[in-house]
Design a protein around this ligand. Structure first.
Ligand code: FAD
Length: 454
């Protein structure tokens, strides 16, 4: 039998691995491993962990309704799989790959163990829209794209010609098999919490269709009018794999005026592409000397106590709900890294716990962009002014009034302004940030050129 391991692919249709398993015409044993490392430090109580567990709970229901078998276990994946391989007649492991440093090491261990048992491991990439190897070939490039616009143009034309259509295969087409002696396995790798208690996320397909039918046409004009909440909200479903990105793309193409939105799917792919093709992507904090940065005001930022209304409103929304609109992610990230001169890694880690739609690669991409690191990042001298951003995108301050009711009595003009006792002066901290980041980037350039001269 085939062992299929669910990861960030928590759905039962249009899965590359399902197509493959079906083509093999063999029974398959399906498991989902909740990894203590990924759920460490109480993450199961934070928005990002809760979102994953809600989708896991939904997946269990979908299997149950399909009359299929899925076992959820909790433990170190390498140890668990090694034991399954030792005790069950598994002939092949099938899974969807991931590119984060942790996932790479984890999967290497699984392959070592599988190889010791003489079992092949077949890995597919399922979470990107474009196949990046094919895209590079299509573009005739050896070097990766470092700038979004040319990447986007090629990505768009590649997909017009070579988009791999979603598959009609579903779980119903597979012969899943029950884990023999399931109770004993569940005793060996017990869940420390009940999944049912998490409930389920909003319905992913409904979120997509409601957005496409009601808001897609106005997306270009409204996406930054964050108080209106008119973006799709599907990132939490895309990042757990509850929605197939191929299906999402195909659905969008059936509507007029989809370009502004599908362009955002290209940004998603651009970060996933960087994670593969930019060797520094996961290591900028080692490549650059960030020791000149500080963490003095970090906690105030986390708590939404900076005295800059739009920052405090955005952090309050994040802490309360796990959501924050894209524009305000950029504004709060730049404020933390530039005005407060904190390392991007602090904000990245905080978002990891708090964001409902947290994704390791896309989150890092957003933080690198905001702190002027990474491919096609914002220039070091760009420091968004939170007051100007707030006035431009939410002139009546509706968003601030919603999340900071204490300020609701202020006029439309006053509501955006720094409060008495604000933790930084925006103008002087901007000037200091430009100096500091200029130095950070210049020093690294000198270092790397001196390394290449050795
Ligand atoms: C500092 C920072 C951290 C971020 N962390 C994450 C994260 O952990 N997970 C995450 O999914 N997104 C992250 N983003 C990107 C973006 O903010 C979210 O994808 C978006 O807000 C999700 O809302 P939506 O689904 O309504 O998006 P929509 O506006 O409806 O866009 C549709 C889809 O396109 C993709 N997308 C949209 N904007 C971006 C973008 N700027 N970059 C990459 N892909 C995008 C998402 O998959 C999104 O679901 C981050 C951005 C920044 C600046």
């Amino acid at each position: 039998m085939i062992l299929f391991i669910h990861r960030k692919d928590l759905r039962i249709d249009d899965l590359t691995a399902f197509d493959y398993i079906h083509s093999k015409n063999r029974p398959s044993l399906h498991i989902l491993i909740l990894d203590p490392f990924l759920l460490r430090d109480g993450r199961e109580r934070e928005h990002s962990g809760i979102n994953f567990l809600q989708h896991a709970s939904r997946l269990m229901r979908l299997y149950h309704e399909a009359g299929a078998y899925l076992t959820v276990l909790y433990g170190d994946p390498a140890v668990l799989i090694d034991q399954l391989l030792g005790e069950l007649p598994i002939e092949e492991i099938v899974l969807h790959g991931d590119v984060t440093p942790y996932a790479v090491v984890r999967d290497r261990k699984i392959k070592v163990s599988a190889s010791a048992h003489g079992v092949p491991v077949t890995t597919f990439i399922d979470h990107t829209l474009a196949d990046f190897t094919e895209l590079q070939r299509y573009a005739g490039r050896k070097e990766p794209y470092q700038v979004f616009t040319p990447f986007y143009k090629k990505w768009n034309s590649f997909l017009q010609h070579f988009h791999r259509p979603s598959s009609d295969r579903t779980l119903h087409d597979l012969q899943t098999t029950a884990l023999p002696d399931q109770a004993a396995w569940s005793g060996r790798f017990p869940l420390p919490f009940g999944l049912e208690a998490y409930g389920e996320p909003p319905d992913p397909a409904e979120a997509l269709s409601t957005f496409l039918e009601e808001s897609l046409g106005a997306y270009a004009a409204q996406r930054d009018r964050y108080a209106l909440e008119t973006t799709s909200g599907i990132s939490r479903h895309l990042n757990t794999g509850a929605l197939s990105v191929r299906r999402v793309y195909e659905a969008a193409l059936t509507f007029e005026r989809h370009e502004a939105w599908t362009r955002q799917l290209a940004w998603r792919d651009f970060y996933l592409y960087q994670a593969v093709y930019n060797p520094d992507f996961f290591f900028y904090e080692k490549k650059f000397d960030l020791s000149g940065l500080e963490d003095t005001l970090f906690e105030r930022w986390c708590r939404g106590e900076t005295g800059i209304p739009v920052i405090d409103a955005a952090m309050t929304e994040l802490n309360t709900t796990g959501q924050m609109p894209n524009r305000l992610r950029m504004v709060t990230a730049m404020f933390l890294t530039k005005n407060l001169r904190c390392s991007f890694t602090l904000g990245e880690k905080y978002f990891r716990r708090k964001l409902t739609d947290y994704d390791n690669v896309i989150n890092r991409g957003g933080w690198l962009w905001s702190s002027s690191l990474g491919f096609d990042a914002s220039p070091y001298f760009r420091v968004m002014n939170p007051v100007t951003q707030s006035v431009t995108h939410d002139p009546a301050g509706m968003y601030i009034r919603r999340w900071l009711p204490d300020l609701a009595g202020l006029t439309d003009k006053e509501i955006h302004l720094p409060q008495p006792g604000a933790i930084v002066d925006l103008r002087s901290s901007r000037a200091q940030a430009i100096d500091v980041y200029k130095r950070i980037l210049a020093e690294t350039k000198n270092n790397s050129s001196s390394i290449s001269q050795i």
